[in-house]
Design a protein around this ligand. Sequence first.
Ligand code: RIB
Ligand code: CA
Length: 320
Amino acid sequence: MSDDRLHILDCDTGVDDAMAIGLLLAEAPQTFVGATAVFGNVDVRRAALNTRSLLELAGRADIPVHLGAASSLDGAFWGSGHRVHGENGVGGVQLPNPTGTAGDGEPAPSYLVRTVRENPGRVVIIAVGPLTNLAIALSMDPGIAELVAEIVIMGGAVRHPGNATPAAEANVWHDPEAADRVLRSGARVRLVPLDATMQQRMTGDEQTELAGSSSRFAQAVAQASEHYLDFYTNVFPGRQCALHDPLVAALALDSALVTSEVTTSIEVQLAPGPARGQTVADLRGLYKGPVHREGHTTSVVLETEAGFSRRLVEALTCLP
Ligand code: RIB
Ligand code: CA
């Protein structure tokens, strides 16, 4: 992979987004050039504020945070993941007030278009919230689809059940039309669905390790994870939580962890009803029948090597 790549994180900063920010700061400190905020786990202003506070906590006030979409393309959803991420998105933890404003002047979609145009073939967009900012950017300038190096998305559920609904994963469910637009754009897309992210987990012991470290960033993530771990006691046995967004950030930096990946078509279900937001992949192989779509451009990561939480803990604890 070319090492002149630049990374932009498009996030709805809740607890696992905070972990993704930490992973990028630790492992890609030079190439993590900007963040864009979107509604999702919280409203967009809170997402930008959380992102800014976390960057400043790590001493990286130089990384800009651009304010993005406040609602889904259809205007139906403005953000709320309090049940999973706590009232303020970071488990109720009071992060230090940022010195800068929550959002830098240029709106997120314009920033994405401009940065991709100014750096053809170099920009990797890591999308870990609803895909609305990207969908708007692609509508403003469809030509960026072939100029972006890659779009790596935390989203969808292929063989795994949904988490927002029985069929739909939260980031896709919160704006299915945006996800559909991005997946049809022709851009090089790598999708990392729940199939992969639900298998990588942080334990209560690892949370304690973060809390006991000398890193103020790791300590804040440990505190924020308390609510998140509580939520997951209804999902997994014991005390452990899924590492959705940090896994996707890591996969955007290198593919070492990937053990199963397919290139396939992905269709987002848009019709109202129980399947809205479902991501349907064609995994039929030899059984493929007459109905299929040509020109598959989506890589879907189905499995990754166990043990990612160790890499995450090491990354977070080396931050200030
Ligand atoms: O479904 C998991 C995703 O939804 C993660 O990005 C999490 O932060 C929430 O936004
Ligand atoms: Ca997220």
